[in-house]
Design a protein around this ligand. Structure first.
Ligand code: HEC
Ligand code: HEC
Ligand code: HEC
Ligand code: HEC
Ligand code: HEC
Length: 182
């Protein structure tokens, strides 16, 4: 329909809009962010056992996958082993209280009890993997992580509305059994 020569006003408007979207990368990026609406109510960051800051660490251009590895079968991104932190903090900022606490977790071989921020209801079929394979960016679902000194639930990605809205916009499967197995 879009390809056919049409002189209707609707057709012209649609092709103009399509051309503008194509020509303007900023508009496209903004559109993709809007695929997941912001969280309508404030969600303060939970208190974490160690005051880790994405903003501070991502300023050194660390890739997400250095800490969030998405192991098989791909559902979870997972949190980094304390040894990943200690690759740097065995020597960096050793005298700081927070790093001494980090070192004591590392010495005791206990995982750090990070407080979860995003959670879908149990029973909903969720996996990161098909989304990463489809090229959906972390930031589309989790916001501008590199700007966050503390991590909070800034988007409404865990709601059924957000899942469905994006699936419809991307022609991904939207039947109930896509996300609710019986
Ligand atoms: C140096 C390690 C490190 C890197 C690199 C890193 N993260 Fe994290 N991430 C963490 C730690 C530790 C936590 C848990 C503490 C917190 O929530 O701040 C976390 C938590 C998160 C959470 C919250 C998960 C939840 O629901 O509890 C998201 C989302 C996230 N990271 C996204 C990202 C993205 C996107 C990137 C890359 C742009 C990234 N992270 C890079 C260490 C890292
Ligand atoms: C690639 C190296 C690297 C890795 C990996 C890394 N950090 Fe850091 N971290 C740094 C640097 C550099 C600083 C800034 C130190 C400074 O300003 O003195 C820092 C600062 C911090 C601080 C603030 C210290 C303070 O009180 O000023 C905390 C807390 C921290 N990191 C926790 C972590 C945790 C937890 C992990 C693992 C999830 C981690 N870091 C992984 C390099 C790293
Ligand atoms: C399509 C949306 C979407 C994308 C894209 C996405 N996430 Fe998530 N993420 C979620 C949802 C929904 C949850 C809550 C899942 C749950 O309850 O298990 C979550 C949870 C997490 C968690 C905590 C639980 C876990 O999986 O271990 C981390 C860490 C995380 N995401 C990091 C990332 C990183 C890093 C990227 C990019 C490489 C990314 N996410 C891409 C939607 C997304
Ligand atoms: C930002 C867009 C976006 C959001 C938000 C999103 N999805 Fe998806 N989802 C996709 C895309 C794109 C695919 C891949 C479609 C394909 O490969 O055909 C996908 C695939 C899936 C699949 C695999 C479907 C299959 O082919 O079997 C499941 C399950 C799924 N999503 C569940 C969810 C759930 C649950 C949520 C909300 C917690 C969610 N998605 C949020 C875009 C999104
Ligand atoms: C793309 C994923 C997706 C699809 C498709 C989907 N849902 Fe959901 N659904 C969710 C998520 C995520 C939640 C949890 C929402 C929350 O925590 O706020 C949910 C929650 C629900 C709930 C309430 C939660 C409960 O278990 O008590 C019902 C009822 C429901 N969905 C029914 C449906 C029906 C009926 C369809 C088909 C018309 C459908 N869903 C299609 C993702 C999906």
């Amino acid at each position: 329909m879009m390809g056919s020569a049409t002189s209707s006003r609707f057709g012209i408007t649609v092709s103009l809009a399509a051309a503008l979207l194509f020509l303007c990368p900023a508009t496209r990026a903004q559109q993709s962010v809007k695929m997941v609406p912001d969280n309508p109510s404030p969600h303060p960051a939970p208190e974490q056992p160690i005051p880790y800051s994405h903003k501070q660490h991502l300023a050194f251009s660390l890739p997400c996958k250095r800490c969030h590895t998405n192991p098989e079968p791909g559902n979870l991104m997972t949190f980094p082993a304390t040894s990943v932190c200690m690759q740097c903090h065995a020597s960096i900022a050793k005298d700081k209280t927070s790093i001494q606490k980090l070192a004591s977790y590392a010495a005791s071989n206990q995982p750090i009890p990070w407080v979860r921020v995003y959670k879908v209801l149990p029973g909903v079929a969720w996996s990161h993997r098909p989304h990463l394979d489809a090229g959906v960016k972390c930031e589309t679902c989790h916001g501008e992580v590199a700007e966050m000194a503390t991590m909070s639930e800034v988007t409404s990605v865990t709601t059924m509305y957000s899942c469905l809205h994006c699936h419809e916009m991307n022609h991904a499967k939207s039947s109930c059994d896509t996300c609710h197995k019986r």
